[in-house]
Design a protein around this ligand. Structure first.
Ligand code: ADP
Ligand code: ZN
Length: 749
């Protein structure tokens, strides 16, 4: 057997490191640490290691001494340390390992999810530019008058980037170099920060005087009861900040962060990707200036690299970003805020399928830091945790400065149908209200939730929706075999010919989209300025911002859009909000349909009347007596949540049971179905699991892959993940198939 270079001995008495290699192999590899490197070796570092016949990179997960025994296999030494500063702290490694085990995802993929790809690129580095710095007290004897004047200017502005100085003082690099040769300035390369906020005006803001509710909320977050090192050494309980829209939650976050900064600690603020508009970022940058780092998907690689390093070195101590920012390497982390904690965008929809809100809570407990979950419409998971005392609860039940909640009107579309023979897109009451706003120079937001896959079968005459008799969930129309299918039990039926409620024969399968609504509106108001915001109108970079800026600058009277416009926007001149079809989300074949409907109506209504002018909301529905719609119209979250929790408990759904979906994808339909059925049958035999039959999801074929899915419920997520690990080992699917589990799935289709 050939001996390896640098391997110190054959007996196991050196230092060893377990390495996760970046190849999604879901196992750790052991390497020896050469004596000359062992002093510098730390967990979390990126290492260069031999792998097969090539070199690979990997992260050191644990370092240990050998036990002196002769290993049964040959252990190779590592080749070197790629980066001295660890990418992961020991707590962060524990967090990543927890995600890997909780979500059943390979550890390497979880590590990779926790560091921006831009940072891991082998050639990633800071951007260097030439910087001109005046030399203090250098004699200016040999200078011409022009050079002396230029030097005076450079001293006055304290030096600067070479190119910038050339522009500013209309001179050339050669002239500046002459100054350098005469020893009065020094020119050297410096790292220049690529600043994502460069060129944006940020106005400094001062803390506002809090009202009583805000003060109590702040107290719950940072007060005596929430000591970082509690008496029993336990981390503080996470706080649910339940505050109606416009109750001033952001101001509470800002002051809690200021408290942490004053104590020398840092903070992370998670916001839904969609609300990471300049407006949100400005509120944090306005208060904390250069201490703020922004991480989001629209950054360039260079900006992301710089922001991440500014956080790692401690230069930035407040991080604002979407879900992946929960991993930001903030030093001495004191607080994590999860704004709009119920938001679906916190869930990653590819491996590892983690929910950043839950990761935040886990990180808080591992690092002993405070966690605040804020929402006007908390998820029922979080609400139950608060009811059970696992989270502390702080409530803010009214808007700041005595601004009233908007007046909500329910418009019964069925009544309008009688007048017009079919359901109008806009009720005449809504049209009158819009006309009045246009006249008064106030603004209107119209909301229409029509997601691509909400293909319910709906009677155009009375709004009847074909529903599965077993599950009381709407059937989904499948064009492949033109049948209606239940996504919960798999039952199917041909589409109806006659409506059982009104006897009509006219059914719609697609419904009204935002584009059609926009057209109709333009017909009604040829002179109004109308903007539309949906996935089609925002595909261009920055188009999202552009539309919102136009609307903010009052360059439009009406903004019409999908759920994109439902959240977080604060436009003082908006006094009218219309929900064109409140039933669209209610009829989704999803056990969370009522919760989504409540959130949506409450959030959109929250956009109206946020400043001095009072707001009005019109909700169009075929079901004005439906419990959820009434509760949402009253913005009564507690009434809704208590009733919904009772239903969920009775039916055995989250938050009382854990819910997961398993997806099986293959190029041919038969193998996807065969494997889904096989897994479904095997998992159903595991004690404590409730497993559905294999059914095709709403989108049966995507990207050339046929899909089947199985839903799994159990009292604990551990029961599901253990069973999943067992079956994936016992019956591994063939290589040409893709099989994935989504623990705590939010999407049931
Ligand atoms: P939320 O996040 O709960 O929807 P915001 O934090 O956006 O509410 O607050 C709504 C508005 O009220 C903002 O314009 C904010 O500047 C203002 N505001 C917040 N707190 C106060 C306060 N204590 N006094 C006066 N105005 C406030
Ligand atoms: Zn059913």
């Amino acid at each position: 057997m050939p001996t390896l270079p640098r391997s110190s001995s054959t007996s196991n008495d050196g230092v060893y490191v377990k390495v996760a290699i970046d190849l999604a192999l879901d196992r750790l590899f052991t390497y020896e640490v050469p004596v000359e490197l062992s002093g510098r070796m730390r967990v979390g570092q990126m290492l260069r290691v031999p792998f097969g016949h090539r070199e690979a990179r990997g992260f050191a997960l644990s370092v240990e001494s050998g036990d002196g025994a002769t290993p049964s296999y040959r252990i190779k030494p590592i080749l070197g340390i790629a980066d001295e500063a660890p990418f992961f702290s020991p707590q962060m490694l524990r967090l990543v390992r927890w995600i890997s085990s909780y979500t059943c995802s390979p550890i390497e993929m979880c590590l990779r999810a926790a560091v921006p790809a831009a940072v891991l690129k082998p050639n990633a580095k800071p951007k260097e530019r030439l910087f001109v710095e005046p030399v203090a007290d250098a004699p200016d004897a040999g200078l011409t008058a022009y050079q002396r004047e230029l030097l005076g200017n450079i001293v006055r502005v304290g030096g600067g980037w070479l190119q910038q100085l050339c522009r500013e003082f209309t001179t050339t690099p050669a002239t500046l170099r002459t100054l350098a040769s005469k020893g009065v300035v020094c020119i050297a390369p410096h790292a220049q920060r690529r600043d994502p906020l460069a060129g944006r005006t940020v106005l400094a803001s001062r803390p506002l005087a809090l009202n009583d509710m805000q003060r109590k909320a702040l107290e719950a977050i940072i007060g005596d009861g929430a000591q970082l090192e509690g008496v029993d050494g336990k981390p503080p309980r996470p706080v649910l900040l339940h505050g109606v829209t416009g109750s001033g939650k952001t101001e509470v976050y800002l002051q809690a962060i200021a408290h942490e900064l004053a104590a020398g600690r840092g903070a992370i603020v998670l916001v839904p990707e969609i609300s990471l508009t300049p407006q949100t970022v400005r509120r944090f940058a306005g208060r904390f200036g250069g201490k703020v780092a922004v991480l989001h998907s629209a950054l360039s690689d260079g900006e992301r690299y710089d922001e991440w390093h500014r956080i790692r070195t401690g230069e930035a101590s407040v991080v604002v970003g979407p879900r992946s920012a929960v991993f930001a390497p903030v030093r001495n982390l004191g607080l994590i805020v999860v704004d709009e904690e119920h938001d679906m965008s916190y869930k990653q929809d590819e491996t590892p399928r983690y929910n950043a809100r839950d990761v935040a809570v886990m990180r808080g407990s591992l690092e002993g830091c405070r966690v605040v979950l804020g929402s006007a419409t908390p998820s029922l998971e979080t609400w139950l945790n608060a009811k059970r005392g696992k989270y502390a609860l702080a409530s803010m039940a009214s808007r700041v400065a005595g601004h009233p909640m908007p007046t909500v009107h329910l418009l019964n579309l069925a009544e309008e149908c009688e007048a017009y023979a079919s359901a109008p897109i806009f009720s005449k009451f809504l049209l009158d209200a819009i006309a009045e706003r246009v006249r008064r120079g106030e603004q209107t937001i119209l909301f229409l939730n029509r997601r691509g896959y909400s293909r319910v079968c709906e009677c155009r005459g009375c709004g009847y929706v074909a529903t599965c008799p077993n599950c009381s969930a709407a059937y989904t129309y499948h064009s492949v075999d033109s049948c209606l299918r239940c996504h919960i039990c798999g039952a199917w039926t041909p589409p109806p010919i006659t409506c059982p409620d009104c006897g009509g024969h006219d059914f719609s399968y697609a419904g009204v989209g935002t584009q059609r609504a926009e057209q109709a509106l333009r017909k009604c108001f040829p002179h109004a300025r109308i903007l539309r915001m949906d996935a089609d109108s925002t595909s261009r970079k920055n188009s999202h911002d552009d539309i919102l800026s136009k609307f903010r600058a009052r360059e439009a009277d009406v903004l019409i859009g999908t759920q994109m416009i439902a959240k977080g926007l604060d436009f003082p001149n908006v006094t009218l909000v219309g929900v064109l079809n409140a039933d669209a989300s209610l009829n989704m074949p999803d056990f969370r349909a009522a919760e989504r409907t409540f959130q949506l109506i409450a959030q959109v209504s929250g956009r109206a009347g946020r400043a001095e002018k009072p707001g009005e909301v019109f909700i169009q529905t075929f079901h004005p007596d439906e419990f959820v719609i009434r509760a949402a119209a009253d913005a009564d979250f507690i009434r809704f949540a208590d009733a919904e929790l009772r239903d969920r408990e009775a039916a055995g759904f989250p938050p009382y049971m854990k819910f997961a979906t398993a997806m099986f994808r293959a190029r041919d339909c038969a193998s996807a179905q065969r494997w889904a059925e096989l897994y479904s049958k095997s998992l159903a035999k595991c004690p404590g699991l409730i497993v559905t039959e294999a059914v095709p999801p709403a989108i049966e074929r995507a990207d050339g892959w046929y899909r089947f899915m199985v839903q799994i419920r159990s009292a604990t997520s551990n029961a599901i993940s253990s069973a999943w690990r067992w079956i994936s080992k016992a019956r591994p699917a063939p290589k040409d198939m893709r099989v994935a589990i989504d623990i705590d799935a939010l999407d049931v289709m």
